[in-house]
Design a protein around this ligand. Structure first.
Ligand SMILES: *Cc1c(COP(=O)(O)O)cnc(C)c1O
Length: 419
């Protein structure tokens, strides 16, 4: 049976080149924790995760235990198993729920923790297995301003901030007390995630780094010596002074710094590095997009002037028009806000989306692509001939961000290795 023609082509050589570029861009002594959460930003966890591990990634970041188990299995099926050299640590970055601690132990996953309840779950599971003291590594998250996850610490001036800081410090001390030498828990890492992660203006990050530094000092004053500190995303690596500040903090704490790139790894920094990022050196080697999203023309029809297309008749032919049908709709991840706004590429030309995007189909206007024929490849995202449709362009048109455009590509769209 041949498949419905909607697919995403993944280039592992591009992924690995981006990875190597990022490795070269971090401060001396620092490492990377490539982020492969949410099905590797839609690029396919089981394709990208093991490829990065084989290229030397010592850590990979996922959302939750389910993703961690799938990634561990994919790595093992390619011969990268716990206990063997080159086996990546798998960091669960968004919490831990009742019933997941067993999977953490079974599959050697490393949870980010910040709630006492996380430690309760892990200690109970470790006790059931009779695990020895300090045998279960965890990473502690510090909330430096996102107010989302982590132990809240406040670093800055002002009486209110000092009061909040004191409360945060007390909360942190209570959590640190759980890491006494008899506990099965070991504080292997301390991390934070900046609320400015999606911008390149790092003025706010400065106060966040100050808060993170204060927390790291408090942790060391409590007699704990985490081996890893990690913070910062794609923008931190590529934008200015923050990576160097974090490296200085890690050196002071006797720890190794890891930075956690996601979007840069998959190659969608074109806009950031050229137009938006004031720190970007001119002529900097660009990151290459790893994914191309494609479909094919499956039907064609001609409309007379005044005839309409799609739900709600929102496309009205202003001239005799030729319309092509594509078997990809919003259930495949084509954002419905691109209705009558977006384009696809057919025979190297831009073909505008005509009418409302349906659940499983999209109509495009190929009046100006007269050679268009059934079976032609249509590019939703990526390059065809001289033109390309960039993830940033789709995000702008749909009023969203590249991260969401990529994650929205549905599970039913097969990911195929392109080269
Ligand atoms: C998603 C995520 C990242 C990666 O962010 P990018 O902006 O895609 O580089 C890093 N750290 C954490 C905690 C994340 O959740």
């Amino acid at each position: 049976m041949s498949a419905r023609p909607v697919w995403a082509e993944i280039s592992l050589p591009r992924l690995l080149r981006n990875y190597q570029r990022l490795c070269a861009a971090v401060p001396p002594g620092a490492g990377l924790l490539p982020v492969v959460k949410a099905n590797a930003y839609g690029h396919g966890l089981v394709l990208c995760g093991p490829a990065l591990a084989a290229a030397g990634a010592q850590w990979l970041g996922v959302t939750c235990a389910e993703e961690g188990v799938a990634l561990r299995a994919a790595c093992e099926s390619q011969g990268v198993a716990p206990g063997r050299p080159g086996t990546p640590g798998i960091l669960l970055m968004s919490g831990l729920w009742s019933g997941q601690a067993e999977a953490v132990l079974e599959h050697h996953l490393t949870p980010v923790i910040w709630e006492p309840g996380h430690l309760d779950l892990l200690e109970a599971a470790a006790a059931r297995r009779g695990m020895p003291p300090q045998s279960l590594p965890v990473h502690l998250e510090i909330d430096t301003g996102m107010s989302r996850q982590g132990v809240r610490v406040a670093g800055a001036a002002g009486a209110a901030e000092r009061a909040a800081g004191a409360a945060g410090a007390a909360e942190l001390d209570r959590l640190l007390a759980r890491f006494d030498p008899s506990s099965c828990l070991r504080l292997e890492g301390v991390m934070t995630h900046f609320s400015t992660a999606d911008t390149f203006l790092s003025t706010q990050e400065n106060s966040q780094i100050a808060s993170f530094s204060a927390a790291v000092r408090q942790i060391r004053a409590a007699g704990l010596a985490p081996a890893l500190l990690h913070a910062g995303n794609s923008s931190t690596i590529l934008a200015g002074p923050d990576a160097a500040k974090l490296a200085a903090l890690a050196a002071e704490a006797g720890a190794t710094l890891l930075l956690r790139p996601g979007l840069a790894l998959y190659g969608y920094l074109d806009r950031m590095t050229r137009d938006r990022n004031p720190y970007s050196p001119p002529g900097e080697a660009s990151y290459e997009p790893v994914l191309a999203w494609k479909t094919r023309v499956t039907s064609l029809r001609t409309l007379r002037r005044g005839e309409t297309a799609g739900y709600g008749n929102t496309f009205v032919a202003e001239r005799p028009s030729r319309l092509a049908l594509l078997p990809a709709g919003y259930a495949d991840g084509v954002n419905r806000l691109l209705s009558n706004r977006g384009h696809v590429l057919i025979r190297g030309e831009l073909a505008p989306i005509a009418g409302r995007i349906s659940m499983d189909q999209t109509i495009v206007d190929v009046t100006d692509v007269p050679e268009a024929a059934i079976g032609d490849e249509a590019v939703l995202l990526g390059r065809q001939g001289e033109r390309s449709i960039a993830v940033w362009d789709l995000a702008d048109l749909a009023g969203t961000i590249p991260w969401e455009v990529l994650c929205a590509i549905a599970a039913r769209v097969p990911r195929i290795i392109a080269d």
